[in-house]
Design a protein around this ligand. Structure first.
Ligand SMILES: Cc1cc2nc3c(=O)[nH]c(=O)nc-3n(C[C@H](O)[C@H](O)[C@H](O)COP(=O)(O)O)c2cc1C
Length: 394
């Protein structure tokens, strides 16, 4: 049986990394900066339409040359074949009127006006609509670029997709939130797993990284490398993850306050991220219908309150959230289809962002290269400290 450490070296070696640091971001500049700094950036495809994804990957090919990057897709269970717009209309029609009324009352309480007839301000994708058509096209696009890694966020990657990707020199990874998911994932032929603890920003399970990583490492038993995710934003946390048996780390939240992310994050949200404490990151179904760790906002609080009709399952809750978001955006304020540049003032308390518990330690905006260098130095310092402890106890 192969040793976990050998596999781990192998994964970083295969990708030519000088640091076993994987960085999820849906912002191409962040992805590029991490890959240039010695880790690997993985571009989230969920928020892009096909043209935008193609453009973004073309840009990464140009900027990165031989440096590796990856693409993160979201394949959810289900059979959603209809095109996106049709799926959204059908989903909207199946949402109970009581839920729409609840949203109307919430927005009225925050003085957020309705859109005028036929007005369009800002469009975002809800998770789980038109999945089949969208993900298959995303994979085609990823395969037509220099992508080195493809990762799936939710559930097992269907085996035919893994086989198709493996016809190219591309590694396939998948996230797991419980050791019980390991066998199902490995059966599809993935090359590595990401054990993502409940601390993580975005969709997450209930088990903490500290408990989950060794459980997954033991269940995997050296068959593939395991990356640790959730609550990792410093070198000491990287060392802790490696000590738990991980071969590297998979990160997300820490990049949200990088300088490269600034054009994508509304200043109001950035200030919320910088001011938030660890306990301001809550696990709620209010944004997508699946438990997602995000900033606590008036929106999450309202859906958890006694007056709430209860969150609907995905994709319906996501459709409610995503059809409401355009009303938060001031008219005429569309920023390059990525983020709204201006918010309706009353909407500010309702606006949040997926982020993990490490938000509590994100207190300044710095370039990605500086964050990576700091992590590198902290790893050295933590290793030296552990060595000192070892010698003291001998
Ligand atoms: C803003 C944001 C969006 C995310 N969206 C996705 C996604 O689309 N697909 C995915 O696989 N993971 C997504 N994640 C989770 C990350 O891949 C990663 O597992 C997580 O951020 C790691 O924990 P951390 O936030 O404590 O670093 C997202 C995380 C954040 C913060």
């Amino acid at each position: 049986m192969k040793q976990q450490t050998a596999e781990g070296v192998n994964l970083s070696e295969k990708l030519g990394l000088s640091l076993p640091l994987f960085a999820f971001s849906d912002m191409p500049e962040v992805v590029a900066a991490v890959s240039l700094a010695g880790g690997i950036g993985i571009l989230g495809a969920l928020t892009s339409d096909q043209d935008e994804l193609d453009r973004r990957l073309g840009w990464l090919d140009e900027v990165l040359g031989d440096r590796p990057y990856g693409v993160d897709i979201v394949i959810t269970a289900g059979d959603h074949k209809a095109p996106y717009a049709a799926s959204q209309k059908a989903a909207e029609a199946s949402i109970p009127q009581g839920h729409w009324d609840f949203v109307e009352n919430l927005l009225a309480a925050h003085h957020v006006p309705p859109l005028s007839e036929g007005e369009e301000r800002y469009h975002v994708h809800a998770v789980g609509l038109a999945v089949e058509a969208e993900t298959s096209a995303q994979i085609d696009i990823a395969l037509s670029h220099r992508t080195r890694v493809i990762v799936n966020a939710l559930g097992p990657v269907p085996k035919p997709i893994v086989e198709r990707v493996h016809q190219h020199p591309i590694l396939v990874g998948a996230l797991v939130g419980s050791a019980h998911h390991v066998e199902r994932q490995l059966a599809t032929g993935v090359d590595f797993l990401i054990a993502q603890g409940t601390e993580a920003g975005g969709h997450c399970g209930e088990i903490s990284t500290m408990v989950l990583v060794p459980e997954v490492v033991e269940a995997v038993s050296g068959r593939v490398p395991v990356l640790a995710a959730g609550g990792i934003a410093s070198g000491a946390q990287v060392v802790a993850a490696l000590a738990l048996g991980a071969s590297g780390v998979w990160t997300g939240s820490v990049w949200l306050v990088s300088s490269e992310a600034a054009p994508y994050i509304h200043p109001v949200i950035r200030e919320k991220l910088l001011a938030a404490r660890s306990s301001d990151s809550v696990r709620s179904r209010a944004m997508s219908g699946k438990p997602m760790r995000q900033l606590r906002t008036a929106w999450t609080e309202a859906w958890e309150s006694k007056a709430s009709p209860g969150c609907l399952p995905a994709p319906l809750q996501g459709v409610i959230h995503h059809s409401t978001m355009p009303r938060f955006v001031a008219p005429g304020a569309i920023y390059d289809s990525a983020i709204p540049q201006f918010l309706v003032p009353g909407a500010e308390p309702l606006c949040g962002y997926p982020v993990g518990q490490v938000v509590g330690r994100l207190s300044s905006v710095r370039p990605v290269a500086q964050i990576v260098e700091e992590i590198r130095q902290q790893i050295e310092a933590s290793m030296a400290r552990l060595n000192r402890i070892r010698y003291c106890s001998e």
